[in-house]
Structure formats: C-alpha cells, structure tokens
Design a protein around this ligand. Structure first.
Ligand code: ARG
Length: 584
C-alpha cells in the first residue's frame, strides 16, 4: 500500500465514523506543504450527498481524525478541506517500516504477464538514434513492471525479413555473382561467405540509394525479398550469415546501454503463423480482395480521421509489416498468454498499430481482457529543434552517439583525476549511460525532446549525473564511517530537523510515483521522484552534521537515513537501467 493509500484508508474510516458513509474518499500529498503535509478534498462530494456545508463535514471528520495519534494536526478548513500533518514519531516509524519492506514501498501487481515489444532494430541497417528511445524506454518499462511484481519479458521484434534484406542480397549478388549462395542449386551445407559488420554498414546504404534511381535493381531487390520469404536455400544461408553478423553488432550496442531482451524474435519468426492468421481472417469473413491485395476493414463509426483497411497480403503475394505484427500476436498469445502486450514504438507508427490492434480484436487473436497498448514516443531533436543529425546532416548512428557522450564523460573524469586509471573507462561508460538515459527518460515518453549533451552531462539540474553525484556523496560518507569503525543501527529512525522530515516524507511518497509510472507506462515519474529525493537529500546534507555529529542518537538516525536514501535512489536507478559509480 502506498503512503496516501494508507492515509486514504484511515480517512475513509473516519468519514464513516463521522456518519458520512459511502463517500469516495482520497488523501493526497498537500498542495501547500507550508500548511500541512497531506490533504483531503473529499468533503465537497460528501457535502453534496448529505446536503451540508463542506466545512461542516470537514470539521466533523477532522474531529475523528484528530483522535488518531499518528496525526500532529487534523483540521477542517474553509471552504471544506481537511489538512493533515503527521507526528514526527509516526513518520519515523513509517520510515522504519519502509526500510524493512522487501519491496521498499514499491506497490506490487503480481498477476500480470507483460510482453514488451521494444528496440525494433532492423537487421543489416545501422542502429540510429530513433531506435535509442525505444530501447531506453522499453527497457525501463520492463524494469518498472518487474519492480512492481509483474512478470515482464522483452522481445525486440527484429526487422529481419523485409526489403532491407532483399536490398543487401541483391547488392551482394551484383558484386559477387560467383558466390555459391547465389546458385539456384545451392543446398544447405554449401559454402557461405563470411561477412563483417563493416561490410553491412557500407552495403545497405549503397543498395538503398541505388534502388531509388535504378528501377531494374529495385525489382531485383523485391524478387530477392520474395524468394527469401519463400525460402530459397542460398538466400536463407546468406540471410543467416547476415543475421549472425548484425545480431552480434546489435547486442554489443545494447550491452553498452544496459539494454537486454529475453527474446530476439524477428519478423521472420512470425512467418510460421501467417497461414493460421490468413485462415482465421478468411473463416471469420474479415478479409477480402481489393485491387489484387487482401485487406481487412478496420474503420469504426466514431473515427474522427479515416482509418484505412489493413493490407494483409500484397498483390504480389508477399506479406508485409502488418501481417507479421498480426502473426506475432498469435505467437505471443501461444507462447506467453500475456495479460498485456506493450508496444514501445515511434509516435509516427500509431496508425499502423491502431490498424493491427483492431484487426487482432476482430479476429479474436487474444482474449478481450488482454491489453494491447501502443506506447508511442516522440522524436529526439537536435538543438535546432529538428530530428537529431550528425554535423554533416546524416543520420546519427547510435554507436557514434554513445561514443561521443562516453568520451566527454571520460575527459571530465581525467580532468578531475579522482578515479583510478583502471576504473576510468567503466566509469565513463556508466556516466555516459546515465546522462543519455536520464536525459531521455525525464521527459514524458510521448513528447519530443532536445538532445543536449552539455546539459545532460551537467552535475546540476535534472540530470543523471546529478543523481549519480548524490549517490557518490552518500557513498563517501558511509565509506568514511566504515573507515572510522563507526557502527549504527540501520533501522533506527528519528527526526530532529525539518530537512530530515522533508527527506523522509519524500522517501515515503515514492510508492505513489511507482504507481503512476506503472499506470501511465511512463518512466518520467520515476526520474522526477528520484530527482526530488536528491534535492531533499541536498538540503539535509548541507545543514546536517553526520559523521562528526556528537549526539549519538542524531548520528545514528542520520546514518540510517542516508543508508535508506541510497537504497531507494538505487532502486529508482535500477528501474531506469542506470548503474551508479562509487565516486565522482
Ligand atoms: N523495425 C521497426 C522500425 O524500425 C520497428 C518495429 C516495431 N515493433 C513492431 N512490432 N512493429 O521501424
């Protein structure tokens, strides 16, 4: 139960005891922390129901609440609010419970099985920054869901079956017609050339550019795609080699970012489910021919803008993006029977997913109770407000971007000279990851944002670096305490100052942020909360003696408080996929 849920329960009982039953009651953090810590606005609804002035209801309920010893103050104020403030003793006790809670106050939703579709890289094409957001947000949503007790698995839905492979095959065939894989007689076990990531990096853009001007080449690429999908053996062998090289490259990039996937299924894995899909669509009378293609109507009367029919088979017989997405739903239902499937994809693909979900519902591919959610994200822009590009105007490659940020972090570490030679590279990677991820996740996922490396690497403001810096401060105090042989009781909390109280309330309020982050599928709430905790910690840190505090009780309480603060900050960072560093 979160802090406000707990207070809501207490307040609901008080409303009933004061004679106001069946009233919807809520207690929230106060809008006016200068007046009180919590408030309830529920007297207005009760007043309507009971035909009384709201402040009279507030007085009645506050009188009941006032008898509860956890409240320092419970008062009705005009026009009809209830203001609540807890005693320091109650806050310290709740903090002790929080520290003892194995979930550290994170609400648990344990009967969810969630499949999260994120990353979505395309084999043979370089990863660009557009794929960055999907990877970062999807990974974080997976970790948040897990922290909340859910079972969550990531599936990257590799683009491994489309035209881009046909383009690469056609280009390689023009360059190396002598390769055995291009012979129609090629059989499994034949000789397959060894490719490298550098080759693919060069081949795809060349082929893609060529296809735009050279019609004959474009046709070849289409034919190659079609033949691949119809399992021409030489193409399959070459495709497997492309997958091997590209997969290793993708994994190394994701590794650097602390992004991982339980499943590396691709569009090609959906292939086996396409006949079944077609069968269902036909039997239910949903699919029909239109201009040689097979389509399903998905428009609804209430649509404000037209939603075109979804094409499930093109006139040349090949299946397309929507087909694979639909077939993948069958596969996911069979493999995982998920209660939710989340798609973390660029906002610009919303129409595609709307069509796919509607078609899936009509066809009954998943039970009605299964949530299918499009969790769209906005564009990462450069400082000019346009989609992020390299200096020469090209598409920024993800590996280059990670490199740039890591290098900048390394330069700072070297300048400060605090970190040992041996640790510098790993520190720079972690700080770089924190800068990139926090800089992204602090923005609500649906919004566009500006990638500003200097800002992201700043030690002030809402940055990953600031959060890591806070942790390193706590580390330093606890390290010194250990060096001096100071021992303390980690579960003994007590309040002596305003800033201690403020920090404890922030820690206790975290459950609320987890709840919102999960409900809105938005990691930004976790970022904002951990930032607020760090700000409160700073206030506390600047005005408190800790190690050199003479009063033993105060010293213990403060060491316990910073220990818990570090645990809670770390739990937030864990869910963002950000690792900390010992010192900065
Ligand atoms: N590969 C796609 C792209 O680069 C993204 C895949 C998203 N996932 C999905 N199930 N459609 O645009």
């Amino acid at each position: 139960m979160t802090m406000t849920e707990r207070l809501t329960d207490i307040a609901a009982k008080a409303f009933a005891e004061a004679g106001y039953t069946d009233v919807p009651v809520a207690v929230t953090f106060s809008d006016r922390p200068d007046l009180c810590q919590f408030q309830s606005n529920s007297c207005f609804a009760a007043a309507k129901q009971y035909k009384k002035a709201p402040f009279m209801v507030a007085d009645d309920v506050a009188a009941v609440l006032g008898r509860n010893e956890i409240f320092e103050k419970a008062e009705g104020v005009k026009p009809g609010f209830i203001n609540l403030t807890l005693t320091d003793k109650a806050i310290a006790e709740m903090t002790g419970e929080l520290s003892a809670d194995e979930h550290l106050g994170v609400p648990q939703y344990d009967n969810e099985m969630i499949v999260i579709d994120y990353g979505g890289p395309n084999v043979a094409k370089p990863l660009h920054v557009g794929h960055l957001r999907s990877a970062i947000i999807g990974q974080s949503l997976k970790l948040i869901a897990r922290a909340c007790g859910c079972t969550a698995v990531g599936d990257t839905h590799l683009g491994d079956w489309g035209l881009q492979i046909g383009l690469v095959i056609a280009e390689l065939e023009e360059r190396h017609p002598e390769w055995a894989v291009f012979s129609p007689d090629f059989r499994e076990g034949g000789e397959v050339p060894e490719l490298t990531a550098e080759m693919l990096t060069e081949v795809y853009p060349t082929a893609s550019a060529k296809s735009k001007t050279d019609e004959a080449f474009r046709d070849k690429a289409h034919t190659a795609t079609f033949d691949l999908q119809n399992r021409r053996e030489g193409y399959i062998a070459l495709w497997k080699e492309i997958m091997r090289v590209s997969g290793a490259d993708l994994k190394s990039n994701y590794d650097k970012l602390n992004v991982d996937f339980e499943y590396w299924y691709g569009e090609s894995d959906a292939d086996a489910y396409i006949p079944e899909l077609m069968d269902i669509l036909e039997k239910k009378g949903l699919s029909y021919e239109s201009d040689g293609a097979l389509v399903v109507d998905v428009a609804e009367e209430t649509d404000k803008a037209p939603v075109p029919p979804v094409i499930v088979r093109k006139s040349d017989g090949s299946s397309i993006y929507a087909t694979t997405d639909l077939a993948t739903i069958i596969q996911r239902e069979r493999d995982f029977a998920p209660s939710k499937i989340w798609y973390v994809i660029d906002n610009r693909q919303e129409m595609h997913l709307t069509q796919v979900f509607r078609c899936a519902r009509k066809a009954g591919l998943v039970p009605e109770s299964t949530e299918l959610s499009f969790l769209g994200f906005g564009t990462m822009n450069g400082k000019d407000g346009k989609p992020y590009k390299t200096r020469d105007g090209g598409v920024m490659r993800l590996s280059d971007m990670i490199g740039t940020v890591t290098d900048a972090a390394l330069a700072r570490i070297e300048e400060q000279g605090k970190v040992s030679e041996a640790d510098r590279e790993e520190y720079a990677r972690r700080i770089g990851v924190a800068a990139i991820k926090f800089g992204d996740l602090i923005n609500h996922r649906a919004k566009d944002y500006i990638f500003d490396m200097d800002k992201f690497l700043s030690a002030e403001g809402k940055t990953g670096v600031y959060i890591l810096y806070t942790v390193s401060r706590i580390n330093s105090i606890l390290r010194k305490a250990a060096e001096q042989g100071i021992t303390f009781d980690e579960d003994k909390f007590e309040i002596f100052t305003d800033s201690e109280r403020e920090l404890m309330l922030k820690l206790l309020g975290s459950g609320e942020s987890w709840k919102t982050a999960f409900a809105e599928r938005a990691p930004s709430f976790i970022c904002e909360n951990v930032y607020q905790i760090c700000v409160s910690f700073s206030h506390f840190y600047h005005e408190s003696r800790i190690i050199d505090e003479e009063d033993a009780a105060k010293k213990n309480a403060r060491l316990a408080l910073i220990t818990l603060t570090r645990r809670i900050i770390t739990a937030h960072l864990d869910a963002l996929g950000i690792e900390t560093v010992e010192m900065m």
